[in-house]
Design a protein around this ligand. Structure first.
Ligand code: SAH
Length: 346
């Protein structure tokens, strides 16, 4: 009986080098194959033209190369492209290409489904099925880079981990994927162009600080008042704002990297002066900026975008207190590609 073939992209470069040595070959063969797997995104051993037929057959007998398949592509009339990404076990996640005049941003998923329970988020309605592997995250980025070159004639410029899942609940794999994305042997992108967005897992934010990561951090805050935040993001009962704050102070002390707070203002939930004042207080302990994001309705009306007047109050109060604030229009709404709308509808 044949033993089950191993996933070759689960190996580090060192492990691949060691494998070739153990086969009586040279370590540098590992580098060659590694380059095919990552930099050149090879889908088969057959295409590895600088590797002998004998070696390719040997690899074929021992390993598989898993890769994602972009199943379905929808283009929005604002240029946004949504990919349905089929994984090797037929599960599906989504990723989005968001073009602006000067940039192309990839919004990628980190998990199939999500274990958190934000009431306003479509992904939260799917239970968490599994974590994505590093190669599955990396491949979403490569696919969007290719689409960006094809449709916009320029490479991908930025990456946000704002697709499906909670990246800090799949921290090791997200970190490995980012290593590959930033490595010259992968895509060679600057970590400063990558933002990891979290609902705020204090222990993991501290771990990121200890690991001295160089990408940017965004936190989905939505309220700086515990009672309100818990009512819309129930896990806040466990990971309270005090714990979050302590972790963010630790993050800033270690990395000197400014934090972005993502914030949706909803009618009757967080649209009063008291809510803004609490946010201003929360912004004081570490350099930060606020992104006010437009709400994308995912149901029939429990959550509703606050009035322009309430938004104005947020902007004016934040600015008066010297806090940078941007108001984000939503993109790709007509194809369900907007923030928080990513969920497999099949
Ligand atoms: N789990 C991570 C990343 C995925 S969500 C996080 O929570 O940050 C990406 C962003 O979309 C978060 O800021 C989230 O709060 C926001 N979001 C979720 N559902 C939304 C919706 N229906 N409308 C607007 N933003 C939403």
């Amino acid at each position: 009986m044949q033993t089950k073939k191993k996933d070759i992209r689960a190996l580090t470069k060192e492990q691949l080098r060691d494998f070739f040595v153990s086969e009586g070959d040279q370590a540098f063969r590992g580098n060659q194959v590694y380059e095919w797997l990552w930099q050149k995104s090879a889908h088969s051993f057959e295409g590895m033209t600088n590797i002998s037929k004998e070696t390719r057959d040997m690899l074929e007998a021992n390993f598989v190369i898993n890769h994602i398949k972009v199943d379905q592509m929808q283009r929005s009339n604002d240029g946004t492209i949504k990919n349905a990404v089929r994984l090797h076990d037929d599960l599906i996640v989504e990723s989005v290409l968001i073009p602006t005049k000067t940039r192309t941003t990839a919004c990628v998923s980190s998990q199939v489904g999500c274990s958190l329970d934000c009431l306003f988020c479509a992904t939260a309605r799917l239970k968490r099925m599994r974590n994505l592997n590093p190669d599955e995250i990396y491949d979403q980025v490569v696919a969007i880079d290719n689409e960006s070159r094809l449709y916009f004639d320029r490479p991908l410029s930025n990456i946000v981990f704002m697709g499906m899942g909670e990246p800090l609940m799949n921290y090791n794999n997200v970190l490995k994927a980012i290593d590959k994305i930033t490595s010259p042997e992968g895509l060679g992108m600057s970590p400063k162009r990558i933002t990891v967005s979290t609902s705020g897992v204090p222990k993991m934010i501290k771990k990121m600080a200890d690991d001295e990561v160089r990408f940017k951090l965004a936190v989905s805050l939505h309220s700086a008042i515990d009672e309100i935040r818990t009512s819309i993001m129930p896990f806040n009962a466990t990971f309270t704002l005090a714990d979050l704050r302590e972790a963010l102070e630790y993050w800033y002390a270690k990395t000197q990297s400014r934090i972005t707070y993502e914030y949706v203002v909803w009618q009757g939930i967080n649209d009063t002066q008291t809510d803004v004042d609490a946010l201003v207080e929360f912004c004081r302990f570490a350099p930060s900026k606020v992104n006010l994001i437009e709400y994308n309705p995912i149901d029939d009306g429990e959550f509703r975008q606050a009035s322009p007047k309430a938004l104005d109050m947020y902007v004016t109060t934040l600015e008066r207190n010297g806090i940078i604030v941007t108001v984000r229009r939503s993109r790709g709404k007509d194809i369900d590609a907007a923030c928080g709308q990513l969920a497999n509808k099949k």
